[in-house]
Write a protein that binds this ligand. Structure first.
Ligand code: OAD
Length: 249
């Protein structure tokens, strides 16, 4: 895809770039997105209905089976060229903040430092009853129990209707208000408050860029809509920026 010169210029002169990623950023690593049909064993379930406190209250064993399946899937996956390009972007701009709605840890495995995990982490465990120390729990149990209080353990992710983890929301809001370029990558922009970050950035004068093969509610609110897969477009974008930086020096 030919990239608009003005976009590469905006990146080259940016002081602070904020990238917000969604599950589309991991699609090319073989991790299914949230709103595409699941396959195999889980095809009869809607992920958006499993990722809820109500589903856990109703059938915690089912929810644990789903999360164990996702843990295995992610463990077997590798970061894709999009993750690698974003890790490289950190070294090309003064300040880069990477906020991800993904819980798979693939940005960190690709080398991105200090990732803001907006929806938690798939591999973390948390006591459903309180803030207990969960070390030493038997994670093989159908529904693992908290080693401290005996209550139920749950995966350390954010479910629908739950609060964003301490610090993550504040860091993301502050970065959105401060950035000069906002990249919205592989997200349907349907889930709040993450979907509101682009508007915060836009209101504060940032150039907003969407990278997604499909249109979303964010498309018409973006200065650039690049209809492409993240694993293909991001390496191209970061290469163009690196070339521009070299030619500027
Ligand atoms: P969605 O499944 O809602 O959206 C994935 C987006 O990725 C879609 O807009 C696709 O068009 C796009 N996409 C697919 N393949 C792509 C590729 N190769 N490159 C770029 N884009 C691609 O996932 P999210 O937006 O991440 O939250 O969903 C947001 C949140 O809702 C998730 O974090 C999760 C979910 O339910 C919770 O569980 C709380």
């Amino acid at each position: 895809m030919s990239l608009p010169d003005a976009l590469v210029d905006a990146l080259a002169s940016a002081r602070h770039v904020l990238a917000l990623t969604g599950s589309g950023a991991s699609a090319e690593s073989g991790v299914p997105t949230f709103r595409e049909a699941q396959t195999g064993l889980w095809s009869q379930y809607e992920p958006t209905q499993l990722a809820t406190p109500e589903a856990f209250a109703q059938d915690p064993a089912l929810i644990w089976r789903w999360y164990r399946w996702r843990r295995e899937l992610v463990q077997a996956a590798e970061p894709n060229p999009g993750h690698v390009a974003l890790a490289r972007l950190h070294s090309l701009v003064d300040t880069m903040t990477l906020v991800t709605q993904n819980v798979d840890g693939l940005h960190q495995r690709a080398g991105s430092p200090d990732v803001v995990e907006y929806h938690g982490n798939l591999f973390a465990n948390r006591c459903h009853e309180g803030s207990c120390d969960t070390n030493g729990a038997d994670l093989e149990a159908e529904v693992p129990a908290c080693p401290q209080c005996g209550g139920r353990l749950r995966p350390g992710v954010v479910w629908f209707g739950e609060a964003i983890p301490d610090g993550a929301r504040e860091r993301a809001d502050a970065a959105a208000a401060d950035c000069d370029v906002f990249l919205s990558i592989g997200t349907s922009s349907l889930v709040w408050p993450a979907a509101g970050l682009a508007d915060i950035a836009s209101t504060h004068g940032a150039v907003v860029v969407e990278i997604n093969p499909d249109a979303t509610p964010q498309t018409s609110r973006s200065h650039y809509s690049l209809r492409a897969r993240a694993g293909e477009l991001l390496p191209e974008l970061v290469d163009s920026l690196a070339r521009r930086k070299r030619s500027d020096t």
